[in-house]
Design a binder for this molecule. Structure first.
Ligand SMILES: *Cc1c(COP(=O)(O)O)cnc(C)c1O
Length: 402
């Protein structure tokens, strides 16, 4: 009510004092099972000892020097990201929106430097989410995020998700790049079929457009691969990442092929904090854990177990759970009750999850979650479903099952 904070968030009246793996604990000692991971950020859970150690060790040595100097920890992290992706080069920044801004700037300037000054338009998809800067709300194209913020930044064209004809028709000689989330996150955990990604790649190769993946949410193990695009085996030219790269420490990055990266020549783009030694130390520690043999396989196994148990719940509560979406621990439930009601009902069971578009709720537990905690989470979801069922008007129950 009288918070000194700007009211741009309708906050849940819950404040956590500490986190332990998959659990969040309030000041009064109430424990909540975290199936949100700070919206796909705390992929290694809370207070992971390896991350805490890396941050503390770096904090005692050096925090910040500016990008006018070499930052060896950043060179190392960039090399490792390149070694484990399609990319040759990496630029660090501080958030997902900033990574997307840099990706857009890189794509535009790539064509500019080739003498194609008119080629600056970016093609995106309906219900996309690319961030909240003036550029990225134009890229995302959602009216609810654009409203009241003045003229929409020029140079973005949007087509319906999955409409190939509309997309081919929207491509002109001015189109610089296609930008897409391999699985839409905020949009409702909606996966792009692999064959569509392949089609986009071919279209880009035919026309000289660049393919940009926004892997801010799908990145860093959430889908059981380090990056979501690996499932399709279709590489982009540019890719933005952020969220789980720092496991909770703010950091983002743009990954690019050597060719695409030529767009950002010396002096053309920059950031004060991006890639500072603290962020780089944590990013390297995140990779240390995720690249250990078996880590990603375990994520896939956990995802399979969760999906099986959710499918059983879906059979029992068809009036509540409509559809299970996603890959591995990037799980979405499309609901037959308002997703806000579902989120509130699970919170009453001390389980945290996150609403998304298309009446979906996202279940994003830490990738490190134990089988026992995962099953505990399913039990809490079951309890929430029972409570929701009990509260349904008899007519709605009869209507939904008729
Ligand atoms: C969260 C998110 C962003 C924005 O990231 P910020 O760090 O909030 O700027 C962009 N794209 C996708 C796919 C996201 O999930």
């Amino acid at each position: 009510m009288n918070s000194p904070l700007v009211p741009n968030y309708a906050r849940v009246p819950l404040a956590f004092e500490r986190g332990e793996g998959s659990w969040l604990v309030t000041r009064r000692g109430e424990r909540y099972l975290d199936f949100g991971s700070g919206i796909a950020v705390n992929n290694l859970g809370h207070a992971h000892p390896r991350l805490v150690e890396a941050l503390k060790a770096q904090a005692e040595k050096l925090w910040h020097v500016s990008n006018i100097f070499e930052i060896p920890e950043g060179e190392r992290l960039a090399q490792r990201l390149a070694d484990h992706s399609f990319a040759d080069q990496v630029m660090f920044c501080n958030s997902g929106a900033e990574a997307n801004e840099a990706a857009i700037k890189m794509a535009r300037r790539y064509h500019y430097l080739k003498g194609q000054r008119e080629r600056y338009r970016i093609l995106t998809f309906e219900n996309a989410f690319h961030g909240r800067t003036l550029g990225t709300i134009a890229a995302g194209g959602q009216a609810k995020y654009l409203e009241g913020f003045g003229p929409k930044a020029e140079g973005f064209d949007q087509v319906p998700f999955g409409d190939h004809e509309a997309m081919r028709a929207a491509v002109t000689a001015q189109t610089a790049a296609i930008m897409i989330e391999p699985i839409q996150g905020e949009g409702g955990v909606r996966a792009v079929p692999h064959v569509c990604l392949r089609g986009l790649r071919e279209l880009c190769d035919e026309t000289g457009m660049l393919l940009i993946y926004d892997e801010v949410q799908t990145g860093f193990g959430r889908t059981g691969k380090l990056f979501g695009y690996e499932w399709a085996g279709v590489a982009p030219d540019i890719m933005s990442v952020a969220k789980a790269l720092g496991g909770g420490f703010p950091v983002g990055a743009v990954l690019a092929t050597a060719d695409a990266a030529t767009g950002l020549t010396a002096g053309s783009h920059g950031t004060t904090f991006g890639g500072n030694p603290l962020a780089m130390a944590v990013g390297n520690a995140v990779l240390d854990v995720m690249l250990e043999p078996g880590f990603l396989d375990q994520v896939s196994r956990s995802g399979l177990l969760l999906r099986q148990r959710l499918a059983a719940l879906g059979d029992r509560f068809p009036d509540i759970i409509g559809e299970i979406r996603g890959t591995a621990l990037m799980t979405g439930l499309r609901l037959n009750v308002p997703n806000a009601d579902f989120v509130a009902a699970t919170r009453a069971q001390h389980l945290l999850c996150i609403p998304a578009g298309d009446n979906v709720v996202r279940l994003y537990p830490p990738l490190t979650i134990s089988e026992a905690d995962l099953l505990e989470g399913v039990q809490r979801i079951e309890a929430a479903c029972i409570a929701l069922q009990d509260n349904m008007p008899a007519t709605a129950k009869a209507g939904a099952s008729a």
